[in-house]
Design a protein around this ligand. Structure first.
Ligand code: SF4
Ligand code: SF4
Length: 81
């Protein structure tokens, strides 16, 4: 087996599939969100949208459910659903 084939097989059976299996389990409470943008900055998936100073929102189609945003929100606006 060539190195490339080996690497492709690793990719098909490893962490990539697990990441794709994760689903969004979080939402932002617009009443609590201050629009600081911290969650948007830490979201590697780019799943969080919002203008500074306004309530942000998570796109459930993009979110991978990693929970980074939950940990970074100082006002605890992000809750599990
Ligand atoms: S970190 Fe919290 S307060 Fe800041 S934009 Fe995100 S949800 Fe809103
Ligand atoms: S749970 Fe992770 S992927 Fe989903 S919005 Fe928060 S930081 Fe982004």
């Amino acid at each position: 087996m060539g190195v490339l084939t080996f690497l492709k097989q690793l990719g098909n059976t490893g962490t990539n599939d697990q990441a794709n299996d994760r689903t969004c389990r979080y939402r932002i409470d617009a009443e609590v969100c201050r629009g600081c943008g911290r969650c948007k900055k830490v979201c590697r998936a780019g799943a969080i949208r919002g203008e500074r100073g306004r309530a942000h929102a998570i796109d459930a189609q993009i979110c991978k459910g990693c929970a980074s945003c939950v940990r970074w929100c100082r006002v605890k606006a992000i809750h599990s659903i």
